[in-house]
Design a protein around this ligand. Structure first.
Ligand code: NAP
Length: 577
């Protein structure tokens, strides 16, 4: 163990006292200054000086804005590329788009009033309902005046002499912000695989994460869908109901759990409101951020019949809770196999055609080691006459032709291709922006071998910049709203600390981020997650992306304790001046 990791290890679990020297003035106000670096050909915008600039108006950006503005009295702006708020839920409008987290856990808990006012209608909220909720939040807390829609951040450059970020938008507006906070989401940079011939395709094609707002009419169409992850598995049953024919191109077979979706009863809605504190406590102290706890029993301590009875009850109940029935499903291969076998038997029981069932149940990774989808009638859809499954492992795609998709086996004629092919996850959206920190180093350069952060909150060399649910935080391994609230609360407390002490610059160190990267790797290696070499958790779905396990697998509860200790220990691992 290096000197620093040893110190951090101790510090993370020991109280420290504050020894910060208060700096001089911190100004929190909005001023307009003449633009400094514009050439003659650039539009003459003035630079707006603000305290904080937030990128993205989804769950994270909106809550961060609220906290900075209302709790700290800061001037803050949110830049949002979309024409509306909502982030993920603004863009992902594909057929069947719904959240896999249950409604009562997929919401903000920071405002009791909001919790009591808002009623979810169904067990899992559909995309339009989540978007309505986020718009309701924007209105309720009067966030819109500080959100610039249709505004994409192009670049952000840190000026070490002023400790400020100069942010330029695609439209040429400029902001000088003391703090830059990215709230760009973990799954927001669509991954359209580079398959030869796409430009020659005569039909229409869409990526699920950039779905046309007016929808797509599949009536009478021959549709091909590539991808059987959470998105594909949601979209396939709905598209199959409309299309003349749906061909599913599957590369990797996937486990999926039935959602058992249903409208929420008045009793449940009442229960969720009355037990809001309890629910929040459960979500924020467990591993996965959901409103249920993982049981303490091992899958291997029960005889097969008793174990399968537990799986059967969870299967009938539906949802992610299935994976919480035994504590060792994600850490012990033999325990995991009991769940995997149960699900594969279910697939074979549902799908009538044995050959199709074989292709669907031929799963090459442990259960839940890739993010397990939750579905409504997914496997049942393969019993329809108008659905064909193509096994790409048997016959890979060779190219896209003018008429459809050519595999090594044959050509499939198509009118529409749907890419449910996922995202350049966790780093894609950050690296799409030109972010330049100290010594003119860009984030792209610093992360050329993979992302390195301290706690997923800061990158060394990028002072006064925070990454909400950044790589290295639990993020995608848990239900996101509680993870977002935890990050935003931590950042807000940190900035309050700086405000109160007149501090101007916070930056993490290389040592701290090296230490944390070790923790992220160790946490992944302690689970079966690290065994899957082709998962997007590792960046393996994007050719050329460095293979680094990105989210922190130690659990939201444990992570929160670590972050709180870091703050208590005088922001151990950060230099604040
Ligand atoms: P994904 O899990 O990355 O799945 C992408 C699918 O496309 C995989 O089946 C992948 O196959 C396939 N694919 C990618 N490139 C391909 C190629 N060149 N040729 C053939 N197949 C290709 O993406 P996703 O389904 O959009 O889900 C991403 C994450 O978003 C989820 O894990 C979840 O965290 C989140 N999400 C949540 C919800 C929800 O809550 N309801 C819904 C959707 C998504 P391989 O497996 O072989 O790479």
């Amino acid at each position: 163990m290096s000197g620093l990791s040893h110190r951090l290890q101790i510090a993370l679990y020991t109280d420290g006292s504050s020894a910060r020297t208060p700096g001089s003035d911190l100004r929190y106000g909005c001023q307009m200054n003449p633009t400094p670096h514009l050439s003659k050909n650039e539009p003459a915008h003035s630079v707006q000086t603000i305290d904080a600039l937030i990128v993205g108006a989804g769950f994270s950006g909106m809550y961060q804005l609220l906290c900075l503005r209302d709790k700290l009295g800061m001037t803050a702006k949110v830049l949002e590329a979309g024409s509306g708020v909502g982030g993920t839920w603004f863009w992902n409008r594909y057929p069947g788009a719904r959240c896999d987290s249950e409604s009562h856990s997929y919401m903000y808990y920071f405002s009791k009033e909001l919790v009591h006012e808002w009623d979810w209608s169904e067990r899992y909220p559909q995309q339009p309902e989540i978007l309505r909720y986020l718009n309701y939040v924007a209105d309720k807390f009067s966030l819109r005046p500080d959100i610039e829609l249709n505004t994409r951040m192009d670049s952000a450059h840190f000026d070490a002499s002023t400790n400020r970020w100069l942010v330029t938008t695609a439209g040429g507006q400029q902001y000088s912000a003391h703090f830059l906070i990215t709230a760009v989401g973990c799954l927001s940079s669509a991954n359209v695989p580079k398959i030869e011939g796409l430009s020659e395709f005569k039909g229409d094609w869409y990526h699920t994460a950039e779905w046309p707002h007016e929808g797509v009419d599949f009536t009478g169409k021959r549709v091909g869908i590539i991808g059987t992850g959470s998105t594909g598995i949601q979209a396939i049953p709905i598209i199959a109901e409309q299309a003349a024919h749906l061909t599913v191109f599957q590369r990797t077979a996937n486990y999926s759990l039935p959602a058992r979706h249903h409208p929420l009863s008045a009793e449940f809605k009442q229960y969720a409101k009355e037990h809001a504190d309890e629910i929040y406590e459960t979500m924020t102290t467990n591993t996965n951020g959901h409103a249920f706890k993982i049981t303490d029993r091992s899958a291997l301590e029960l005889p097969e019949q008793a174990r399968n009875a537990i799986y059967e009850a969870a299967w009938q109940k539906g949802g992610f809770q299935f994976r919480a029935e035994f504590r060792d499903l994600l850490i012990d291969s033999a325990a995991n196999k009991t769940a995997a076998d149960f699900i594969c038997n279910k697939i074979r029981g549902i799908v009538h055609d044995p050959k199709t069932a074989d292709v669907l149940a031929d799963i090459d990774h442990p259960f839940a080691a890739k993010r397990p989808p939750v579905d409504s009638n997914y496997f049942e859809t393969y019993n329809r006459d108008n659905v064909t499954l193509v096994d790409l492992r048997e016959s890979p795609i060779e190219r896209i032709t003018a008429q459809g998709i050519q595999t090594t086996d044959r050509e499939y004629g198509l009118d529409v291709i749907v890419f449910a092919t996922g995202f350049d996850a966790m780093t894609g959206a950050l690296l799409n922006m030109d972010i330049t920190g100290l010594d003119h180093q860009t984030l792209k350069e610093v992360w050329h071998a993979g992302p390195k952060t301290y706690l997923g909150l800061q990158v060394p060399g990028f002072p006064n910049m925070f990454t909400i649910t950044g790589p290295g935080s639990p993020s995608v391994l848990c239900n996101l709203p509680p993870a977002i609230e935890q990050h935003v609360n931590w950042i807000t407390d940190c900035l309050r600390h700086m405000q109160e002490n007149g501090l101007k610059r916070i930056q993490t160190t290389h040592e701290a981020s090296e230490y944390w990267q070790g923790q992220v790797t160790d946490a992944a290696n302690a689970t079966l997650l690290a065994e899957v070499k082709h998962s997007w958790y590792l960046g393996a779905n994007v050719p050329g992306k460095p293979r680094v396990f990105m989210p922190y697998a130690g659990g939201l509860g444990a992570y929160t304790v670590i972050c709180d200790q870091v703050a208590k220990n005088n922001y151990q691992g950060f230099e604040i001046s």
